[in-house]
Design a protein around this ligand. Structure first.
Ligand SMILES: *Cc1c(COP(=O)(O)O)cnc(C)c1O
Length: 205
């Protein structure tokens, strides 16, 4: 079970890499969580035709900005979905309410709106990459709606605290291999400009 693009790195595996995982693990169920796929990842939905051990899950909570509606879906073989239903109905049916169904249906029907909003975030993300790289930040090439950054001259936790003081909220994870990284979610252009201004001043100190 893994997200693709991944969190918190933002790295996207190409379909070929996931196909290799499927080929080498025919006895295992492989669940690809495509929560961030609309921001530039490549969906593995086409692989469902070839691999019966694959389940693809997506959510309406990110690219569709509908977290409060609690809408998501799993796509897999008839057999696997039947097994999911058997388990699900045995402890909680998690039915969706009528308004969530209507809102979700409308969202799926409006592909142009999704395209427009995700394109806006991708554009801001690419610009943010450029600006942060010029400031000396390093990061994997994210295909998600966040960047996972580190800077050779600053301590990520200190920067995290300083940002919070300035009411700029990013994520810092107290975990050994990623303690010197911050996950910065892509906001509006104006929000990113505030971040850039803060960082320019901070790095000069
Ligand atoms: C947000 C997210 C989800 C789905 O969240 P829900 O709001 O419960 O649909 C799943 N996987 C990852 C990696 C996420 O970031």
């Amino acid at each position: 079970v893994f997200p693709n693009p991944n969190a918190p790195t933002g790295i996207a595996l190409p379909s070929a890499a996931i196909e290799e995982i499927l080929q080498h693990n025919p006895e295992s169920l492989v669940v690809v969580d495509e929560a961030y796929v609309d921001f530039g990842g490549e969906t593995v939905l086409p692989l469902l035709k070839k691999y019966e051990n694959l389940i693809v899950v997506q959510t309406f909570s990110k690219s569709r900005a509908m977290a409060g509606e609690r809408i998501g879906f799993a796509i897999g073989s008839v057999e696997l979905i039947k097994a999911l239903h058997d388990v699900k109905y045995s402890f909680n049916s998690y039915t969706m309410n009528r308004s969530a169904l209507d809102a979700g249906t409308a969202a799926v029907q409006n592909a142009a709106y999704l395209q427009e909003t995700t394109a806006r975030i991708v554009k801001t993300r690419e610009h943010t990459k450029q600006v942060l790289a010029e400031m000396g930040f390093r990061f994997p090439d994210s295909k998600s709606n966040f960047l996972f950054v580190t800077h050779p001259d600053c301590d990520a936790h200190e920067l995290f605290e300083a940002l919070r003081e300035a009411h700029i909220f990013v994520r810092w994870f107290d975990s050994p291999r990623i303690r010197n990284y911050l996950r910065i979610t892509i906001g509006t252009d104006a929000q990113m400009e505030s971040l850039f201004a803060f960082l320019r001043a901070y790095l000069k100190k």
